[in-house]
Ligand binder design. Structure first.
Ligand SMILES: Nc1nc2c(ncn2[C@@H]2O[C@H](COP(=O)(O)OP(=O)(O)OP(=O)(O)O)[C@@H](O)[C@H]2O)c(=O)[nH]1
Ligand SMILES: [Zn+2]
Ligand SMILES: [Zn+2]
Length: 231
């Protein structure tokens, strides 16, 4: 079975792109499933069902969704094998710009949208920087010049990725993405594989549920802003 991790900022078009890509893969007799990782709620499961895509959803609650992803992806892979899929895709919320679900030797896709602004590629961090394939959506809403500038900014952050433009509404470009995913490396086992990027340690009192403000309540990994530093 092939495994692909999809990440990208909220509402960038991950689900739309996966649905359109799944349609072209279904037409090519590829059986597939999707696991959605989110924090608190998501309506993606219903969208996948409407598109005839078998999916499962996991909520990380008060954990970083990417940390939750890495603690659960082995079980998800086992589920995919059990279902007999040719391809398993994970969709992660992409809320934590410091972390990324991308694993070494597992095909990694980042979905970004043209509308998010030209500075966005620099802000996204490892989920864009470490991706093999960058999908740019919502090209229908911006001009050719804006599309080119945005793609250039993506290229500055990730020089090696394959960049493809996919329209999440019409599906234009999804067939090409489907072809790339069919060539993703097969993954039989995840045990021992490495994340492409180490997740930052964020163990402070607030991670553990503290709500009170004040130095007395701040323990563990605390960092202070230097307001006198020249910026
Ligand atoms: N115009 C336009 N709209 C798009 C395109 N792709 C996605 N959308 C719309 O953007 C919105 C968000 O798309 P989703 O696919 O739900 O985005 P997502 O990244 O899966 O969102 P979350 O899972 O909630 O983070 C929806 O209303 C889509 O219809 C596109 O290429 N063009
Ligand atoms: Zn989604
Ligand atoms: Zn995180």
């Amino acid at each position: 079975m092939r495994l692909v991790t999809f990440a990208g900022p909220p509402s960038s078009g991950k689900t739309a792109v996966i649905c359109k890509t799944a349609a072209s893969l279904h037409a090519a007799q590829v059986s597939l499933g999707v696991i959605k990782f989110d924090c608190l709620s998501s309506s993606d499961q219903a969208v996948y069902e409407r598109h005839g895509i078998i999916s499962r959803t996991g909520f990380s609650g008060n954990l970083c969704p990417d940390h939750y992803f890495v603690s659960n992806i082995e079980e998800c892979l086992a589920w995919g094998h059990q279902e007999g899929f040719d391809l398993l895709m994970s969709e992660s919320a992409g809320l934590c710009n410091r972390c990324a679900p991308h694993v070494k030797d597992v095909c990694a896709v980042c979905v970004v949208d043209n509308l998010s602004g030209v500075d966005t590629p620099r802000k996204i961090g490892p989920m864009l920087k470490m991706a093999d394939i960058v999908v740019i959506t919502k090209g229908d809403i911006v001009s050719q010049a804006e599309r080119e500038v945005f793609a250039h900014r993506v290229r500055q952050v990730n020089a090696g990725a394959t960049i493809i433009h996919v329209n999440g509404l019409t599906g234009q470009g999804a067939q090409e993405l489907g072809r790339l995913l069919q060539n993703a490396p097969p993954v039989d086992e995840l045990r021992g594989k490495l994340l492409r990027f180490s997740m930052p340690a964020a163990l402070c009192s607030y991670c553990l549920g503290q709500r009170r403000i004040g130095a007395d309540f701040q323990m563990g990994n605390v960092r202070k802003i230097d307001l006198n530093a020249k910026q």
